[in-house]
Design a binder for this molecule. Sequence first.
Ligand code: 5GP
Ligand code: ZN
Length: 110
Amino acid sequence: MDCIFCKIAAGEIPSKKVYEDDLVLAFHDIQPAAPTHILVIPKAHLSGCGDITSENSAVVAHIFEVIAKITAELGLADYRVVTNKGESAGQSVFHLHFHILGGKTLKGMC
Ligand code: 5GP
Ligand code: ZN
């Protein structure tokens, strides 16, 4: 499958890693929209949050544990977590990912 985030998860495309374990990877967004802009992905491909089922949802809970851990380590008290589902909602990479945005006052939702 030609998926850029699968390639990043496999180490075939370099990324600025923040955290990694067997299930997930966190890395800096290549085009940061805020002073802190980190993406957290499951290593196993899911095209977006519409693919989450009772069979695979444990990784999503794990991702939120990782988000709490890495933001605490960075001393980032306030931040926003976003996932876009579908092109018209702003999704451009069709591998599930959660944006962590922080380091400035975040305004609005859309
Ligand atoms: P989406 O628009 O799908 O919600 O978010 C995709 C994000 O991935 C964008 O913020 C974009 O800047 C980021 N991105 C796309 N390609 C790469 C890449 O090759 N490396 C990194 N680190 N981020 C990427
Ligand atoms: Zn993928």
